[in-house]
Design a protein around this ligand. Structure first.
Ligand code: CS2
Length: 491
């Protein structure tokens, strides 16, 4: 038997179920990028809102690429299990807010129709950093991106999230329907402003008048989203299904912690998110810097160096005391001075909690998963604090070790001569650089530093930065990651 509306009532008593009439919940949100993160984060807040009796805020979730999620959840009436993992075991809860699933490539019209529906007031997005087709160093639309070129040539069957947003907004404008609010939930710097810039630019390339309308009429509030959501494994699926007594083909696994800070700017209304734990604020920036630099910056550093040192998971990496110390020093000495504390926040407690979250052994968060798409992540996670430190004339040795870890990783060969499965939109460029450099660390560093989309033009010209990164990279080649980390934290 399968998890579905008809099997919902027979679930064990310790599995929490939606506290509202799921079958009749009306859609008010379209979500682009309906992956595990959305299902463990925004969909849960909306499920809570529906449970409080706020109607009209169920979700129509779309995949922009693969049909996997819809294939797993359609036969389950959109229902799935959220498993919250901690030292005291797994708590299971069924989420009902995902009322409809669409697969964009096989039916772009259905998605554009859903986004044009006047009942839809918000479009949320988790399409990952690369899904915005922007230049990560400058945050502007990459006009030469093949999918953007395709979306301009064929606007009614878009390939990209910006393409869908622009076409749907154009249709709403033509129909006299007020625009939806665009709520980016990806880990981009100033995510609202960045997506506004990208979408506004694409709209203006289609039609300057549409561009001005998007700029003047559409709200793009910024958000800071936080919840660690490792990819679901077959063992997770089997565990959940056996506890439910029915099959769930795609549960999501997560940690107890969850945070959502949202700029409160929704001209056409929003669900009562403040009643379900979200923080509605005027300025998200300090929260975002805190999270991107302290959490994600440490995460990427642990992912590259941990992977190289032979660790499969973040918790496994944190179990080595030198890595634990590395994170602590990186956060305390080099990153915290670049992060103004958000109102009322206790940064010391925040950092302690972060390290405990990383060390949660119940979460098997793979270093390889976090290592993905580094070209899109490095600028906001490690390079932005490095720029601030350089401007202040302050040391950057540990941040540079993270960058060197990325370089060693994208060289594509591990410390035992085995190939690394490097996933990144720029993977081909990395391969060429690594091929030309051979085993020469200095040449590898020079080749990668010349990638302007990652490093811009300022950092490669600053010998304080290039010197620190090259010294760290030479250490990684000479001694390996584990010994380099031990040496970095010694004394
Ligand atoms: C991680 C994030 O994969 C990654 O790059 O750093 O997904 C991280 O787990 C989340 O941002 C936590 O909120």
């Amino acid at each position: 038997m399968r998890l579905s509306l008809s099997s919902l009532n027979g679930l064990p008593a310790d599995v929490r179920r939606p506290a509202y009439d799921v079958a009749n919940a009306e859609i008010g949100v379209v979500h682009l990028g309906v992956g595990a993160f959305h299902r463990a984060h925004q969909a849960v807040y909306l499920d809570d809102c529906l449970g409080l009796g706020a109607t009209g805020w169920a979700v129509c979730g779309a995949s922009l690429r693969s049909p996997d999620t819809s294939q797993a959840l359609d036969p389950q009436d959109g229902l799935y299990t959220l498993a919250t993992r901690s030292g005291s075991g797994d708590e299971l809860r069924i989420i009902g807010s995902l009322r409809r699933l669409l697969v964009a490539p096989s039916n772009p019209k259905a998605l554009l129709d859903a986004m044009s529906d006047p009942g839809v007031r918000i479009v949320t997005l988790t399409v990952t950093e690369k899904g915005y087709c922007h230049d990560p160093a400058t945050g502007t639309l990459d006009e030469a991106h093949p999918d953007i070129v395709a979306d301009l040539a064929n606007p009614s069957a878009p390939r990209t999230a910006p393409g869908y947003l622009v076409e749907a907004l154009a249709r709403r404008k033509a129909a006299g329907t007020p625009p939806f609010t665009v709520l980016c939930c990806d880990n981009l710097p100033s995510n609202g402003a960045t997506v506004a810039r990208v979408v506004g630019h694409l709209a203006s390339l289609r039609d300057p008048d549409l561009g001005r309308w998007v700029e003047g009429e559409v709200a793009f509030p910024s958000t800071m989203v936080d919840r660690i959501v490792p990819a679901t494994t077959d063992a997770d699926k089997a565990m959940v299904s056996s506890r439910l007594g029915v099959d769930d083909h795609w549960p999501v696994m997560t940690e107890p912690f969850s945070q959502w800070v949202i700029e409160d700017r929704f001209p056409t209304g929003r669900p009562p998110l403040e009643d379900v734990g979200a923080e509605l604020v005027k300025d998200v920036r300090p929260y975002e810097d805190m999270k991107l630099r302290l959490l994600n910056g440490s995460h990427s550093t642990l992912a590259y160096l941990g992977y190289l040192a032979g660790h499969e998971t973040i918790a496994g990496t944190m179990a080595e005391s030198a890595f634990q110390l590395l994170v602590e020093r990186l956060q305390d000495q080099e990153v915290t001075p670049t992060v103004p504390a958000p109102p009322g926040a206790d940064l010391a407690a925040y950092k302690r909690a972060l390290r405990a979250r990383f060390a949660n052994p119940a979460l098997r968060h793979r270093t390889w998963q976090i290592a993905m798409d580094g070209s899109q992540k490095l600028p906001q996670r490690l390079l932005a604090p490095i720029r601030d430190r350089l401007a202040a004339g302050a040391p950057i040795a540990l941040l540079s070790l993270g960058v060197a870890g990325w370089m060693r990783y994208v060289s594509g060969t591990d410390e035992h001569g085995q190939a690394i499965d490097v996933r990144d939109p720029l993977a081909e460029r990395f391969r060429q650089v690594a091929h030309t450099a051979g085993p020469d660390a200095e040449r590898l560093a020079d080749g990668l530093l010349a990638i302007r989309e990652v490093f811009g033009t300022d950092l490669p010209a600053d010998p304080r930065f290039t010197g620190a990164v090259k010294a760290a990279l030479a250490g990684l080649y000479r001694e390996g990651a584990a010994a380099t980390v031990r040496r970095a934290v010694a004394g």
